[in-house]
Design a protein around this ligand. Structure first.
Ligand code: IVH
Length: 681
């Protein structure tokens, strides 16, 4: 195909994909199958890889992300992002209406909309193209999250029809329920704590550095407000309908209301209807429709006088407390859980409520068999807000917090000033052991593929792993065939086990993890308060575990970001005989307990090989990759040629490099394969 032909086809494919994207994500009315869509997308990506300079910034292929933002730039809003004043009862809506009529000296028409529960975004469009997307921040300044926002399929990258030359549009980015659930299932599978609610999850996602991950999470956006100079609209309603015609996702649940009665009808309809929506709302918004009237009403310092939010009360229901059980987490913290007589609340059956800690139980004055009021706020797990003491059987006993660990029987402890009780038996208490193992194997730690939380539990139940060092003694034949069936939260039967492919993957991945650099390993050990960043700082200041073990309190707190709490925790960790034994076993297995200095020959497995590094990696930085290659006898080169032995390819490898490799027939090797290769020696 010539370049001219490619250009024509790329334009055609982009047009088709944009239209299908719009049909699917904005209109929810697809006209082709997912497979046919994928085929078109593949063709486009192939052509763009072949002719990189024909790949436009607003190509539909950009939806998969790829840009990595190290630090989000702070941007001043052209128009401040104000909030809405809230009301919680109909009286306040009447007062709002009376104020409006009094100021305007005439009746007003209103637009009622859903109040989407996500986070506000302001997007600038120029000449029909998405230019910049900024979060609300403090209302005056926000973060530039353009590359992440571009991955949200329903947000147009270029507009249709005739639109103003320059304008800003505001909307709410949110997590649809099904994407939220999928993201949480994936997190549980990889051993990370699930998100508590869709809104926080959406906020966290939008601030991720890796836009490819944002793309996978499948956020969505409703638009509700347009601003700009000399826009040709007389009313809010009209402006939203115009925005709809340019390709923006505008809810069809918008209504024009002529009087208070119609506003109340809208409020009541959606109070019932909201449980059926596939996303969260926390109320409705009422806006004066005409722009000239809005202008007369003006603003207070914080919010417009022409709009008000009506917030729905969190739904609540009464039910009976059956039992209180206690869960022990990775750190040993004990959380009480109320088991309830099942009851329907906000569209789901509630069987449990979180009680958080002992103080909450005391505060509620909770007694056995109490009738309790359960509320579902934004969180997934509902909470008990009060107890109907009048309905209590006078002979029922107070619920008193347990004194011993329900899992291992050890007496619980509580430090001064802390609300949680802890089981101090870290090394022999099953949920703590399993939690530590899950942390160790997680993607951000030792990245052991194929071994999620469920499989770790299975290995533990069979007595195969008890300690992270045991992972390195596992053999393929021990894994193969193990399985168990369990009932998930929804009562569905699920099976988990080890087949040939998974068992092989796990054993290879465990072997490969021996090459994972020291800072990661330090993080994986799960020292309390030592997250990824702190682990990296410690590894830099103490380039081997021996040096770190010998460090005194004063040496530790000299390191940037290491304070009292972390220093104490590090000292306590190395003071523990069990930890020292684990480290010694891991050392015998050949794990990397020191910063590998440059020019230390570890093997000659890469001798005579010239390797190009491209993309980003899970377990090492590009610099670390270079050192690893050199220490194993290889040479690193920055450009691909016929002499390149292979490309060490991470995520987001550039399309031009891919194209060149393909042309010259140079092989790509992924991170896991590379680690496995250098461990062979
Ligand atoms: S209009 C000048 N409409 O609520 C105010 N806001 O407290 C313009 N929100 O930050 C806001 N749904 O994030 C408007 N239909 C809707 C909304 C909505 C949700 C959020 C928005 C804003 C907050 C105001």
């Amino acid at each position: 195909m010539t370049k001219d032909q490619a250009q024509l086809r790329i334009e055609e494919l982009s047009r088709l994909l944009d239209q299908h994207n719009y049909n699917y994500y904005v209109l929810a009315a697809p006209t082709i199958t997912d497979y046919a869509f994928d085929m078109l997308m593949e063709e486009l990506i192939r052509l763009e890889n072949q002719f990189p300079d024909l790949s436009a910034a607003d190509s539909p292929s950009k939806r998969v992300g790829g840009e990595v933002t190290k630090q989000f730039q702070t941007v001043q809003h052209r128009y401040a992002m104000l909030s809405l004043s809230n009301s919680y009862n109909e009286g306040e809506i009447r007062e709002f209406h009376n104020r409006v009529v009094k100021t305007l000296e005439q009746e007003a028409e209103y637009v009622c909309e859903l109040k989407y529960d996500g986070l506000a975004i302001s997007i600038l469009y120029e000449n029909g193209k998405l230019i910049q997307a900024v979060t609300r921040g403090d209302g005056n300044k926000g973060d530039d999250v353009t590359s992440n926002v571009k991955t949200i399929r329903s947000i147009p990258l270029k507009l249709k029809g005739s639109y103003p030359k320059r304008f800003e549009i505001r909307g709410e980015i949110y997590f649809p329920h099904d994407s939220f659930q999928a993201a949480n299932e994936a997190r549980i599978e990889e051993g990370t704590a699930p998100f508590a609610n869709p809104r926080n999850a959406a906020a966290g996602t939008l601030k991720m550095q890796d836009s490819a991950e944002v793309s996978r999470r499948k956020l969505d956006c409703w638009f509700y407000y347009i601003m700009g100079e000399n826009l040709p609209f007389k009313s809010h309603y009209e402006s939203l309908q115009a925005a709809k015609s340019w390709g923006f996702k505008i809810s069809s649940a918008i209504a024009l209301c002529k009087n208070e009665a119609e506003i109340f009808e809208y409020i009541h309809d959606w109070e019932k209807g909201r449980n059926e929506l596939p996303f969260d709302i926390d109320g409705i918004v009422i806006k004066v429709n005409r722009f000239d009237q809005q202008q007369l009403l003006g603003f207070t310092a914080k919010s417009p006088r022409w709009a008000i939010a009506y917030k729905y009360k969190a739904e609540e229901v009464t039910t009976q407390l059956l039992t209180v059980t206690y869960q022990v987490g990775r750190t040993g913290a004990v959380t009480p859980v109320a088991n309830l007589k099942p009851v329907l609340l906000a569209g789901t059956t509630i069987k449990r409520a979180s009680l958080h800690n002992a103080d909450i139980i005391l505060g509620l004055d909770l007694h056995e068999n109490d009738t309790v009021v359960v509320e579902k706020g934004g969180e997934i797990i509902p909470k008990i807000t009060s107890v109907k003491t009048a309905l209590r059987d006078p002979s029922s006993k107070e619920v008193s917090f347990i004194t011993h660990c329900p899992e291992c029987g050890t007496a619980l402890v509580r430090s001064e000033g802390e609300s949680a009780w802890y089981c101090p038996n870290s090394y022999h208490c099953p949920p703590q052991i399993k939690g530590r193992l899950s942390h160790f194997i997680a993607r951000k730690a030792m990245n052991i593929e194929g071994l999620g939380e469920g499989r770790v539990e299975l290995l533990f139940d069979h007595g195969l792993v008890h300690n992270v060092a045991d992972l390195y003694d596992l053999r393929y034949d021990q894994l193969l065939g193990l399985e168990k069936t369990f009932e998930d939260d929804d009562g569905k039967l699920r099976k988990i086990g080890f087949r040939e492919k998974t068992s092989r993957l796990i054993v290879e991945s465990i072997e490969a993890s021996k090459a994972i650099p020291y800072p990661r390993l330090l993080f994986a050990l799960g020292i309390r308060f030592v997250g990824e960043t702190v682990a990296a700082k410690l590894a830099e200041a103490f380039p081997s575990i021996e040096l770190l073990m010998r460090a005194q309190y004063n040496d530790l707190i000299e390191v940037e970001e290491i304070g009292d709490r972390i220093a104490e925790s590090v000292l306590a960790f190395f003071d523990d005989l069990e930890n020292m034994q684990t480290i010694s076993r891991l050392q015998q297995h050949g794990l990397q307990f020191s910063h590998v200095a440059k020019n230390t020959m570890l093997s000659s497995v890469l001798e005579g090989k010239t390797i190009v590094i491209s993309g980003v990696f899970e377990t090492f930085s590009r610099d670390e990759a270079k050192t690893l290659i050199e220490n194993h006898g290889g040479k690193v080169s920055s450009s691909i040629s016929a002499k390149t032995s292979f490309i060490l390819a991470g995520d987001q490898m550039g399309p031009s490099k891919k194209e060149k490799a393909e042309k010259l027939g140079v092989q790509l090797m992924d991170e896991a394969g590379f680690l496995y290769l250098i461990k062979q020696e």
